[in-house]
Design a protein around this ligand. Structure first.
Ligand code: PA5
Length: 448
């Protein structure tokens, strides 16, 4: 069985192999801290051995629930934000047909909501769901996140009005804390089917819990293969695997060496639009884990070759604070060959008989060489193809590397104190009960 791989020789113009190897003791310390639960944020390490602890029976329960939704719904809305949505969105988009319209032939459309507060977005979603039998997978660990709770109230009301309460209840599944929070209380009272987000798994590490698994199964994808891939990567990146043989440790070591040598921004690059949301998920994973205490590589992303025509100039010649990590897919799932054209007015006959992917790969290689020449160190992750198994490997690879990398940086990679600041201000401005003092203070500040 092939596995995803990592190469970093194109980063070695900016840092040396010796610099990377010098991190071996820090890597071992970080791996031991993860394994023994002795590092910062050690109450959020439930993701570490999550893949290998998932049972067949548990996956079967999720698959049965997903099947029930697929059979009884024309559309399924997945409501959640941040860690409660990006993982599922990333996997589904990576596996789905690029043109959503074809999806509906295989089962209900999967729609995402609860990740913004745009009135137009919600109005248009509600319009789309008019007269449809729709289901809701409502995901919130805290059960109180405004974007998700607000969306759920609107959709629940619409579902009950359209289908009647009893039918709506059959199509609503809540994924939340085992005991705490408004969503748990509501679910118990209304009789929703529920799944639990484990206490010790933070949102951005939760894609392999029901948070990601139920929407992915509801979209018709093989969650057993996804978990199998993650298990393989859990084994391949464990604390018993040294830097030489451990791609998660290598990725952490290279990006931290580059950060220490002055690189400030890591750009995750893909050459397949389907991977756009893998980058969005990755940005949250690394941004929330490492961006704290005035430190951390800023995680950015581009979709190539599209963005070579917008961001290519900066990457090639702008400030030299960038590093690139490319996700390359070795073999596409579909095949398109260039036809011959007698007149050759577009001058493309030199591509005749070649696959489109060959052109894409040459664009990738040409870009890598140009960017390295321009002073942008480059790492490359190769996925043999886009399927559930390799996406499972990729997810765990990034999670493990994130834990190691965060400890190398010296922060707690498992908290996110900074995301509370906007919420406090928003609640004060909305005059939420309990925020009276903050409302007074913020009004005075605005009046100044
Ligand atoms: O990683 C995180 O903690 C956040 O992105 C949360 O997942 C996000 O804010 C959603 O929180 P909740 O699941 O409590 O609604």
């Amino acid at each position: 069985m092939e596995h995803i791989s990592l190469s970093y020789e194109k980063a070695l113009g900016s840092i040396s192999q010796a610099q990377i190897e010098a991190l071996q003791p820090e890597i071992e310390k970080a791996q031991a801290a993860l394994e023994n639960g002795t590092g910062k944020g050690n109450d959020f390490l439930g993701w570490l051995h999550l893949p290998s602890s998932i049972t067949e029976a548990f996956l079967d329960e999720i698959i049965t629930t997903a099947k029930g939704l697929r059979e009884t719904c024309d559309a399924i809305v997945v409501a959640g934000i941040g860690g409660s949505y990006l993982g599922a969105k990333a996997v589904i988009e990576a596996l789905n047909d690029s043109f959503g319209a074809l999806k509906t032939k295989k089962g209900p459309s999967i729609l995402f909501a609860g990740n913004n507060i745009s009135e137009d977005y919600l109005a248009e979603l509600m319009d789309l769901l008019k007269d449809k039998r729709f289901g809701i997978i409502n995901i919130s660990k805290s059960g109180t996140t405004t974007e998700t709770a607000l969306t759920f109230r609107l959709l629940k009301t619409q579902a009950e009005q359209q289908m009647g309460k009893a039918e709506a209840v059959k199509r609503i599944v809540a994924i939340t804390d085992a005991a705490k929070g408004a969503l748990r209380k509501l679910s118990t009272q209304e009789g929703y089917k529920t799944f639990v987000i484990p206490d010790n798994v933070g949102g951005r590490f939760s894609v392999l819990t029901p948070v990601g698994l139920l929407p992915i199964a509801a979209a018709g994808y093989d969650i057993k293969a996804l978990v199998k891939g993650a298990v393989a990567m859990e084994e391949a990146t464990g604390a018993d695997k040294g830097l030489k043989e451990n791609i998660a440790a290598q990725y952490a070591a290279v990006r931290q060496s580059l950060y220490r040598s002055g690189k400030k921004i890591e750009i995750l690059v893909n050459y397949h639009p389907k991977l756009h949301y893998v980058s969005e998920w990755w940005k949250q994973l690394y941004g929330e884990s490492e961006g704290k205490e005035g430190k951390g590589l800023f995680p950015a992303s581009v979709d190539f070759t599209t963005d070579l025509h917008s961001m290519g100039q900066y990457i090639q010649e702008g400030e030299r604070i960038l590093l690139e990590t490319v996700i390359s897919v070795a073999t596409p799932n579909k095949k398109v060959e260039f036809p011959h054209d007698e007149e050759n007015l577009d001058g493309l006959n030199f591509l005749q008989g070649k696959r489109v992917d060959e052109v894409n790969k040459m664009a990738e290689l040409g870009t890598q060489l140009a960017h390295v020449d321009g002073g942008v160190p480059n790492m490359r992750i190769v996925m043999p193809c886009l399927n559930e198994y390799y996406i499972g490997e990729l997810i765990y690879f990034f999670e493990r590397a994130c834990g190691i990398s965060g400890y190398l940086e010296g922060v707690n990679p498992f908290d996110q104190p900074g995301v509370e600041a906007y919420k406090k201000n928003m609640f004060a401005l909305l005059e939420k009960p309990g925020y009276e003092a903050e409302t007074k203070a913020i009004k005075a500040r605005i009046a100044q």
